[in-house]
Design a protein around this ligand. Structure first.
Ligand code: MAN
Length: 354
């Protein structure tokens, strides 16, 4: 597969974003949703900020207070053995030991960067979507955007002690947003909504994380109105000893191609390496899988894909199609945004047809 990676990658880094509060620092500008709006390419960034911390013995956890409307900062002692601080992203419970976290070390919100050439982006002064709900007290993350008839549906993970679910808002101008509530209850993330009705129904891919039995895998659901989703079906699973052996989830909004709906999804292996692969669904029945990548289309190879806040991650939440070219925008190492170009035909030819 010939992938063109932009030579000056990454195209946007935390340094390009001013923290929204003086006592915070930006540690991530990544996993952005993409959309075309008028003559602009909109990049809706997940911006992760954390409180500036000068004390090596302490870990600070930012938490939104839904009553005061402000982010508060909790301070924990690194020597406190009730907590496990080994993952830079989250603070786990040392007693419960079930892998769940109690706090995150940063808080994310969504902020727009705008461009006319698709490479040089200018970041808006203010966030577009900021935590504002009890279900968002640990932040809002990893957005996707689906445009249907001039309305841009923006949906993202809402993180709180109640779990991680998928929240939706909509906009027509990328200035004002209208809240639509939670569309997939916890634990669920990596939702992508198809850009048009198929045989009279809207479809979404989603990723529950079952606990008692089952794995983090891709499901599909249908809807008449984009708010109420039903007829859930398990669509595709992880594959032992392959690049997508630990978990999988959707990435960019699917593209209509001559051969079917092409979805670029992410897969994680047992070493926590995040790669991007492809799957093809029947154009009239997205519940039918026609083909899937045996090898990742893209895996972390460049320095900026390997090193960062959480390294070895290429993760796309949005791409823009231009003829045969997919302009792929992807988060690297939970830190920055990078840009690459891929040929749709080459991807289609690389798949293993079932
Ligand atoms: C994981 C990572 C983090 C994210 C949390 C909560 O730890 O994906 O980036 O903040 O989950 O969603």
């Amino acid at each position: 597969m010939n992938i063109y990676r932009y030579k000056n990658n990454p195209i946007l880094t935390p340094k390009d974003v001013k923290p929204h509060r003086k006592d915070f620092e930006v540690i991530g500008a990544f996993n952005a949703a993409m959309a075309r709006y008028k003559n602009e390419i909109i990049m809706l960034l997940r911006v992760a900020e954390r409180p500036v911390n000068e004390s090596p013995d302490k870990v600070k956890a930012p938490v939104y207070n839904a009553v005061s409307g402000k982010i508060e900062i909790l301070e924990l002692n690194k020597s406190d053995n009730r907590y496990d601080f080994s993952d830079p992203r989250e603070i786990k419970d040392n007693i419960k030991k079930d892998g769940s976290f109690i706090y995150l070390t940063s808080i994310s919100y969504l902020r727009i960067a705008r461009s006319t050439d698709g490479i040089h982006f200018t970041v808006d002064d203010k966030p577009l979507v900021y935590p504002s709900d009890e279900l968002e007290v640990f932040g809002v993350e990893d957005p996707r955007i689906t445009e249907i008839d001039g309305v841009y549906y923006i949906y993202f993970s809402a993180v709180s002690p109640a779990g991680i679910g998928e929240m939706m808002v909509k906009t027509t101008d990328f200035k004002n947003v209208e809240r639509c509530g939670m569309i997939f209850a916890p634990e669920n993330k990596d939702v992508v909504i198809f850009p048009e009705k198929i045989q009279g129904k809207y479809y979404a891919l989603h990723r529950p994380t079952p606990k008692a039995t089952g794995n983090p895998e891709i499901w599909i659901a249908e809807s008449d109105n984009l708010i109420y989703w039903g007829k859930h079906r398990h669509l595709m699973g992880i594959r032992r000893n392959m690049w997508d052996s630990q978990k999988i989830g959707s990435g960019a909004v699917p593209f209509r191609t001559e051969k079917g709906w092409l979805e670029l999804y992410h897969g994680v292996d047992y070493n926590d390496v995040y790669g991007i692969g492809a799957v093809l669904f029947d154009i009239n029945d997205p519940c039918r899988i026609l083909a899937r990548s045996s090898e990742p289309v893209m895996k972390p190879e460049m320095e900026y894909e390997i090193n960062g806040f959480f390294g070895n991650v290429v993760f796309s939440c949005g791409a823009v199609a231009d003829g045969d070219i997919i302009k792929l925008y992807y988060g690297v190492s939970d830190t920055s945004m990078a840009y690459a170009e891929l040929s749709i035909n080459e991807i289609l030819n690389s798949l293993k047809y079932i």
